[in-house]
Design a protein around this ligand. Structure first.
Ligand code: PRX
Length: 656
C-alpha cells in the first residue's frame, strides 16, 4: 500500500472508460470535445478565458484588458469590477435557487444545520456589518481560526463582501504558528470560536488566540470575534473580545457587496516551502473566482441536482476553492463536515453520504487508505447508491487505494478524478474531465483546458518519452497566485526562476516531479524539494528543524520524510544534542511535543533519532539524501564521496 514507485506506475496499464450514460449527460462529453476546448484555449488563452468570464460571472464593470503579463506578475480582467460574495450569493437569489440548500453542515457531535442561499446571504450580510462595526474597512486583513462550522464560510464570504482579505489559519495549528501568520498578514481582527471538536475532544481555539496575541505579540490585532461552539467557560477580554451571536443580533442584514477590482486581494493563505517561514500565497478576486468556478463545473461535472461534498478543512486551499467559493459560485449544494476519519467511528464518512444523498464526493488518498484499513463492512453496510462521481487530491494515490475507492465506494459506476493542483495554482491543473477522459489508477491524466503543463529538465528543456522531470506550466492562468505577501522577490525566485527563463519566457516551477506516458497522461510522483507530504498536509522540513533547534536541548536537527503506508510520508528527525544533554526517552517525548507546540499536531515527528553528528559535506551541507535512505531502512544509495566524516554514516547505520 506504499506510494507508487516509478516501476509500479509504468506497469499500471488499466484503463477505465467513463460509463456511456455519464458521458452523454456530462458538460464535456468526449475526448474530442476536450481536445477542441484544449486547442481553442491553447491558440488564444485570453479569448478563451474572457468568453467564460463573461458567460459565467457577474461583473459590475467590464474589464479593459483580459491579461496583463509582466513576467512573473499577472493581472487578469484588468479594470473589471466584480465581487465573489455577490457571485456566490446575491445572483442566485433572483433565481429558483433562492431557497435551495447552499450549505449542509454536519457537526461532530451529530448536530446539523442547513442554510439556503437566502439564509446564507442574510448571515453573510449581517456578519459583514459586524466587521464594519468593528472598524474593518476595505483592504484590512481578517484572520479566521475556526472549526469546521458554517460560521467559517460565513466569515470568509463576509470578508470578501466588504473587500477585507481573509487569512484562514487551520484550526490544528498551534498558537505560535497562528501568531506568525497574524503578524505577517497584519490582521486587524481575528474570528474564532470558544472551541472546536476534534475526534471527541475539544480544541481550545480561543485560548490559543489569547496565547498568540498576548503581550502585544501580534500588535495589528484589535478585536477578536468568538463563536460559541463548544460552550465551556472562556475568558473574554472586555473591549477586545466580542461574541459573534451578540454582534449578529445587533446589526442590519442589509449590506450590498462592494464592487471590487478584479485584481484586489481576496485572501492570503500560508503554505510551507523549502526555506524559511511559511509563505503567504496571495490570490485575487476575478481570476480566482472564474478559475475555481470553471474547474469545479467541468471537472466535477456539476449539475444543479448534485449534493457535493469535499471533506477538506477550510484552513487549506481545497476548502477555500472547493468547499466555499467554487461550489457557491456555481449555485451548488455544498456539504461541510466537522468530523474526521477515525477508528472509533469507522462509518462516519459513509453515514454522511447516506444521510444527505451525496452525489459527488471529494477526499484525500490518506483518508481512503485509512477507511480501506478499517474494512469493507462499513461502507458496505451503507447505501452509497446516490454517488455518481468521486475525486481525490493532496498526494499521489497508489493504484490499490484507487481501485478500492472505485469498487467499494463507487460501486464500479463512478468515474474517479485525480486532481493535481496546489495552494499556489488556486484550482485544478491536471485532472480528468470525467465524461471525456478515460482514467488510469494513479494518473491525474491531462491538463485542464487553458493549462499548458509540461515536463522539463533542470535547464527547462522538454523531456521527451516516459522520462521523469520537473512539472511546469508555461502560460499564466486566471487562478494562479499573484505574489508572496510582502515578498515579491521570493515569488519570483521560488516559482519562476528556479528553471532559468529563456528568451523572456518564464515557466512556473511547481516543485513536483512527474512522468508522461505514451497517451500524454501525467503521473505526478511527489515533491522534488525539501517539502514533505504527511496525510496530504504540506510541511517544510526547515520549519520542523527550526522548531526543534528552538528547544534548548537541541544543537542541530535534520528532518526528512519516510514512506508510510497510511500517511504517505512520516516525519523523521535526526537530532544532535547540546553537550550536557542525555538522549533519553523522556527528552524524545518532550521534543515531539515541542514541535506540536511550535507548529501543530500535523508536524509531530513520528520518530526522533538522536545522533552524535549529522552527515555533512565538506562545505557543511547536511546530506539529506543519506538520511532519507537511513530513515526508510534502505541501503545508502549513490555517491557518498563528498561526506566529510565517513564514520558518522557508520554510526547512524548502527542506529545510535
Ligand atoms: O506534491 C503535490 C501534492 O500536493 C502539493 C500541493 O500541496 P498543497 O498546496 O497543500 O495543496 C494540496 C491540495 C491541492 C503538490 O505540489 N498533490 C496535490 N494533489 C496531488 C498531489 N500529488 C499527486 N497527485 C495529486 N492529485
Amino acid at each position: 500500500m506504499s506510494q507508487p514507485t516509478i516501476e509500479s506506475i509504468l506497469q499500471e496499464k488499466r484503463l477505465f472508460h467513463p460509463p456511456a450514460e455519464f458521458s452523454q449527460n456530462a458538460h464535456i462529453t468526449s475526448r474530442d470535445q476536450y481536445q477542441q476546448l484544449y486547442d481553442k484555449a491553447q491558440a488564444d488563452p485570453e479569448a478563451f478565458w474572457a468568453e467564460l468570464a463573461a458567460q459565467e460571472l457577474h461583473w459590475f464593470d467590464q474589464w479593459d484588458k483580459v491579461l496583463d503579463w509582466q513576467p512573473p506578475f499577472a493581472k487578469w480582467f484588468v479594470g473589471g469590477k466584480t465581487n465573489i460574495s455577490y457571485n456566490c450569493l446575491d445572483r442566485h437569489l433572483t433565481t429558483w435557487r433562492k431557497n435551495k440548500a447552499a450549505l449542509i453542515w454536519e457537526g461532530e457531535p451529530g448536530d446539523s444545520r442547513t442554510l439556503t442561499y437566502a439564509q446564507l446571504h442574510r448571515e453573510v450580510c449581517q456578519f459583514a456589518n459586524a466587521l464594519k462595526q468593528l472598524g474593518v474597512e476595505k483592504g484590512d486583513k481578517v484572520g479566521i481560526y475556526m472549526p469546521m462550522i458554517p460560521e467559517a464560510a460565513i466569515a470568509m464570504l463576509a470578508c470578501a463582501r466588504i473587500g477585507a482579505p481573509h487569512t484562514v489559519v487551520f484550526g490544528g495549528f498551534s498558537a505560535e504558528a497562528l501568531k506568525d501568520r497574524l503578524v505577517d498578514a497584519e490582521a486587524k481582527v481575528v474570528v474564532t470560536a470558544d472551541g472546536g471538536w476534534r475526534k471527541e475532544a475539544i480544541v481550545p481555539l480561543k485560548e490559543q488566540v489569547d496565547k498568540a496575541i498576548a503581550n502585544n505579540a501580534a500588535p495589528s490585532v484589535q478585536n477578536v470575534l468568538v463563536v460559541k461552539r463548544t460552550g465551556q467557560e472562556i475568558e473574554m477580554q472586555a473591549g477586545r473580545d466580542h461574541w459573534w451571536h451578540e454582534m449578529q443580533a445587533d446589526v442590519s442584514a442589509n449590506c450590498p457587496a462592494e464592487p471590487m477590482d478584479s485584481e484586489d486581494m481576496l485572501f492570503i493563505l500560508y503554505t510551507s516551502g523549502t526555506t524559511g517561514k511559511p509563505k503567504g500565497v496571495v490570490h485575487t478576486t476575478g481570476g480566482y473566482n472564474l478559475y475555481t468556478h470553471m474547474t469545479l463545473k467541468w471537472a466535477f461535472d456539476l449539475k444543479d441536482t448534485d449534493v457535493y461534498w469535499c471533506t477538506a478543512d477550510v484552513g487549506w486551499i481545497t476548502g477555500h476553492s472547493y468547499i466555499v467559493y467554487g461550489p457557491l459560485s456555481n449555485g451548488a449544494t455544498t456539504v461541510m463536515y466537522e468530523g474526521a476519519p477515525r477508528a472509533s467511528n469507522p462509518g462516519c464518512f459513509w453515514d454522511v453520504i447516506e444521510k444527505y444523498g451525496v452525489t459527488i464526493f471529494y477526499t484525500a488518498p490518506t483518508a481512503i487508505r485509512a477507511f480501506m484499513k478499517m474494512g469493507d463492512e462499513h461502507p458496505n453496510a451503507r447505501d452509497l447508491s446516490s454517488l455518481r462521481l468521486l475525486g481525490t487530491v493532496g498526494e499521489p494515490i497508489n493504484p490499490r487505494a484507487w481501485i478500492w475507492y472505485q469498487q467499494i465506494i463507487g460501486g464500479d459506476r463512478c468515474p474517479i478524478i485525480d486532481t493535481w493542483w496546489q495552494t499556489e495554482t488556486g484550482g485544478f491543473m491536471i485532472t480528468p474531465l470525467p465524461g471525456a477522459i478515460p482514467t488510469k489508477p494513479g494518473s491525474a491524466t491531462l491538463p485542464f483546458p487553458g493549462i499548458q503543463a509540461d515536463i522539463v529538465d533542470a535547464e527547462g528543456n522538454p523531456v521527451e518519452g516516459n522520462n521523469g522531470g520537473y512539472l511546469v506550466v508555461r502560460h499564466p492562468w486566471p487562478g494562479m497566485m499573484r505574489t508572496v505577501y510582502g515578498d515579491p522577490d521570493r515569488f519570483r525566485r521560488t516559482y519562476w526562476e528556479h528553471i532559468p527563463p529563456k528568451d523572456g519566457q518564464y515557466i512556473y516551477f511547481a516543485g513536483d516531479g512527474a512522468h508522461r506516458d505514451e497517451d500524454g497522461y501525467f503521473w505526478v510522483m511527489g515533491r522534488v524539494d525539501d517539502v514533505i507530504n504527511v496525510s496530504g498536509h504540506r510541511l517544510g522540513t526547515m520549519e520542523i528543524e527550526s522548531a526543534l533547534v528552538s528547544h534548548p536541548a537541541v544543537a542541530e536537527a535534520a528532518v526528512v520524510g519516510k514512506p508510510d503506508e497510511l500517511k504517505g510520508e512520516e516525519v523523521v528527525a535526526f537530532v544532535t544534542l547540546e553537550g550536557n544533554q542525555q538522549a533519553t526517552e523522556e527528552l524524545n517525548k518532550t521534543l515531539k511535543q515541542h514541535v506540536v507546540n511550535e507548529i501543530g499536531a500535523i508536524a509531530r515527528p513520528g520518530e526522533i533519532r538522536f545522533t552524535d553528528a549529522l552527515p555533512k559535506t565538506r562545505s557543511g551541507k547536511i546530506m539529506r539524501r543519506l538520511l532519507r535512505n537511513l530513515a526508510s531502512g534502505q541501503e545508502v544509495a549513490g555517491d557518498t564521496s563528498t561526506l566529510e566524516d565517513r564514520s558518522v554514516l557508520e554510526k547512524l547505520r548502527g542506529g545510535s
